[in-house]
Design a protein around this ligand. Structure first.
Ligand code: CU
Length: 247
C-alpha cells in the first residue's frame, strides 16, 4: 500500500528528551490477570499486546484487519501462518517462557506473550511438562550505562510526506533506533509504525518510513531505543528497550 502522493498531514511530533536511565520502568503492564486467551489483530496491532497466560493455555489469534497478518514467534516456537481477514488460529502454548512474536508480512508489528508456570492452583500443576527452558535471551535487560553524550530526540510539527517523518536531531549514547509510535487515546506511545537505525553520536534529519499513516492532526511519538540483542535487528518488545528520562 504505497501512498506516494504527498499528503499534508499535520502530525504534531512531540519533542522528547530522553536520558538513559532506569529501563525497568517500562514494564508497566505487569501481569495482565487472565486477560483472556484471545488476541485480536486490528489496525496493525495485536490486542492485548504483551500478555501473560498460564502454561497450557490455548491462545486464539484472529485477524480483524483488511491486510493479512501472522503471529510468528521469533524463536520459531509458534506461528499462526497467514491469517486473512476474519481468519483465526488457535495455538496451545505448552512451553513456559517469554516469547516475542511479530507479523512476517509487517515485521514492525510486534508483541510479546509470557507463558507462565501456574502458581495459583498447586493441585492442578501436576503435569511436569515443559521445564522453563525458554531461552533467557528474550529478557529485556537494563540498558548499559551510557557514557557518551546525553541522549536527545528533537522533532517538530510537520507534514507527513510520502509516508515518512523526519526527526530533526537525534543524539544517541550508543547505536540504536528511532522508533515512531502512534499516540494512544490516553496520550501514550502506542504501536510502532516505523523505525530507522541511528548511530551513536549525533544524527540529523533522520527519516523514518511509516507503514501506516497517522490521521491528520494526530501526534506520534519518536522514541530512541538502544540496539541490543541481535545488532541491526529491531527487537522490541525484547532487547532493544527504549531510552528513558525521568520515566
Ligand atoms: Cu501483518
Amino acid at each position: 500500500m504505497s501512498r506516494s502522493m504527498v499528503r499534508q498531514l499535520a502530525a504534531g511530533i512531540a519533542a522528547l528528551m530522553l536520558v538513559a536511565a532506569s529501563i525497568s520502568g517500562f514494564g508497566m503492564r505487569g501481569v495482565s490477570a487472565q486477560a483472556g486467551n484471545a488476541v485480536e489483530i486490528k489496525n496493525f496491532q495485536y490486542t492485548p499486546n504483551n500478555q501473560t497466560v498460564p502454561v497450557g493455555t490455548t491462545v486464539t489469534w484472529t485477524n480483524n484487519d483488511q491486510p493479512p497478518h501472522t503471529a510468528t514467534a521469533r524463536d520459531g516456537s509458534f506461528d499462526t501462518g497467514t491469517l486473512t481477514t476474519g481468519q483465526s488460529k488457535a495455538i496451545t502454548l505448552d512451553k513456559a517462557g517469554t516469547f516475542e512474536y511479530y507479523c512476517r508480512i509487517h515485521p514492525e508489528m510486534t508483541s510479546m506473550i509470557t507463558v507462565a508456570v501456574a502458581q495459583q492452583s498447586p493441585a492442578a500443576s501436576a503435569a511436569p511438562s515443559a521445564a522453563p527452558s525458554a531461552s533467557p535471551s528474550a529478557a529485556p535487560s537494563a540498558a548499559p550505562a551510557a557514557s557518551g553524550p546525553a541522549p536527545l530526540v528533537e522533532a517538530s510539527d510537520q507534514a507527513i510526506m510520502a509516508n515518512s517523518v523526519t526527526v530533526a536531531r537525534v543524539v544517541a549514547a550508543q547505536d540504536g533506533w528511532i522508533v515512531i509510535h502512534v499516540n494512544t487515546p490516553d496520550n501514550k506511545p502506542g504501536p510502532v509504525i516505523g523505525q530507522t537505525a541511528v548511530k551513536a553520536g549525533e544524527n540529523t534529519n533522520v527519516k523514518v518510513m511509516l507503514s501506516q499513516m497517522p490521521n491528520a492532526g494526530d501526534k506520534v511519538w519518536p522514541m530512541l531505543h538502544i540496539d541490543a540483542g541481535a545488532i541491526g535487528t529491531y527487537e522490541f518488545p525484547g532487547a532493544d528497550v527504549p531510552v528513558q528520562v525521568n520515566g
